[in-house]
Design a protein around this ligand. Structure first.
Ligand SMILES: C=C(O[C@@H]1C=C(C(=O)O)C=C[C@H]1O)C(=O)O
Length: 427
């Protein structure tokens, strides 16, 4: 049996800061803040957990788990008020490469013990339990549940390690393969930057900087035991409200300009650049092909526009459609992930090259991270601009789309730029 209750609450920003410090002392804490910053979910602790396993059956496993939770629910609440949150993995890969990701290696979904749902209008606290509620008062229960924390005052002393030379050679190898194989068009290759600290990283400070420094992007956080995964991504995989879905083709990258005129010039050049346009067109065409059997009223604009975040801008095509009967958010994710924005084209050939040439297992990097309500609505972002931290070590991930016309040196620069959102949270 599953018991649920909710209450509208109000939290000052000072109370929120204290609350998040306490949350980070829990063994599980999860955050999904939408890119427009008008809605957010926060999950504290866990009433139930599902590890999807990193293969295609994982989507169905989470769908079944959610349906089972729904059946056990004995009281009736608005099903939009209750959600599971979590992440799938980027892809299936050999066992030995899972080490770094520990409990996250197969993906991780949580029915939180307490949830906070924030919208522009109100903030709600939601409690779930498989037992009886501890007290009659939900706020009292929440306070008792949160651990008391000691405040760490860590002075960071950082060192960096990235093997950009080797990666550049791998990019050159892939460019050659694409040029030599008429069927292979694009491969997204990622690299990592390791940042070591003399002290443990201060997780609360990192999340404070995430809100201060990374604007107009999704904020994704998943803490399990001592590991913290963080992403500040501009990229939506899918949002489903009632029966309307929204997704996007995001690919092709240019820096932001310091001055407005520079920024506009860089944006215009990106919109006119043949290599970047073809990189992005591959994504648009493939999303269209994959969504056609699952949807009706598919709307795709002819021309991309620009999607700007703090340090980079991308070519961006917003896509809308109506969901066909019998489809749901899980079948959408299964069809869409990974789009050629993160995998490549054709998908299987690209994934084979990623397995062969990437030094690190992607884990949750580039994976679908999001929430699904008990009404079946929800949203998943693509967890790029992300890192995995464990105590004194942080591993940052960044990838770039490689096509026949790619210059390996430029791809190194592009991925360096894509490390910055996470670097600014550490420095
Ligand atoms: C893979 C990343 O980004 C993706 C690749 C892009 C590109 O190749 O231009 C642009 C946006 C994202 O779809 C990343 O940021 O790590």
């Amino acid at each position: 049996m599953l018991q649920v209750r909710t209450q509208t609450i109000s939290l000052s920003s000072a109370q929120w800061q204290t609350l998040e410090k306490q949350a980070l002392a829990l063994s599980r804490y999860i955050v999904f803040e939408s890119a427009d910053q008008t809605s957010a979910w926060y999950g504290f602790g866990a009433t139930a957990i599902c590890k999807p396993a990193n293969n295609a059956a994982g989507y169905q496993k989470v769908a079944n788990w959610l349906a089972g939770l729904h059946q056990q629910m004995i009281n009736s609440i608005n099903p939009e008020m209750l959600a599971i949150l979590g992440s799938f993995t980027f892809m299936k890969i050999g066992k030995q490469q899972h080490n770094d990701w520990q409990k996250l290696r197969n993906g991780y979904f949580i029915l939180p013990r307490f949830l906070i749902k924030k919208t522009a209008q109100k903030t709600d606290l939601i409690e779930t339990t498989e037992q009886q509620f501890a007290t009659a008062d939900i706020v009292q229960d929440f306070k008792q549940y949160l651990p008391q924390t000691k405040v760490a005052n860590n002075l960071d002393k950082l060192s960096y390690y990235a093997d950009a030379k080797t990666w550049q050679r791998h990019v050159a190898e892939i460019v050659q393969q694409i040029q030599g194989r008429s069927t292979l068009e694009k491969v997204v290759l990622a690299r990592t930057l390791q940042v070591n600290n003399e002290m443990d990283f201060d997780y609360a400070k990192i999340l404070t900087r995430l809100r201060q420094k990374q604007l107009a992007v999704y904020h994704l956080v998943l803490k399990v035991d001592h590991q913290l995964f963080v992403s500040a991504t501009p990229e939506r995989l899918v949002k489903l409200t009632a029966s309307v879905l929204q997704t996007a083709a995001v690919a092709g990258t240019a820096p932001r300009g310091v001055e407005k005129y520079q920024d506009q010039a860089l944006g215009t050049a990106l919109l006119q650049d043949k290599k970047n346009r073809s990189e992005q067109q591959i994504v648009v065409a493939e999303i269209k092909r994959r969504l056609t059997p699952l949807t009706t009223h598919l709307e795709i604009p002819d021309e991309p526009i620009l999607l700007k975040s703090q340090r980079v801008q991308h070519l961006y095509t917003p896509i809308r459609a109506h969901l066909a009967a019998n489809e749901n958010i899980f079948t959408l994710i299964a069809a869409l992930h990974p789009t050629p924005a993160l995998g490549g084209y054709p998908k299987e050939a690209a994934l084979t090259l990623i397995r062969r040439w990437e030094p690190d297992f992607r884990g949750l990097f580039g994976a679908p991270f999001g929430y699904v309500t008990f009404a079946g609505t929800g949203e998943f972002a693509v967890a790029i601009r992300s890192m995995l931290i464990h105590g004194q070590r942080a591993k940052l991930f960044a990838g770039a789309g490689i096509v026949a016309a790619s210059d390996p040196k430029q791809e190194v620069q592009e991925t360096s730029l894509k490390f910055e959102p996470m670097l600014t949270l550490l420095q």
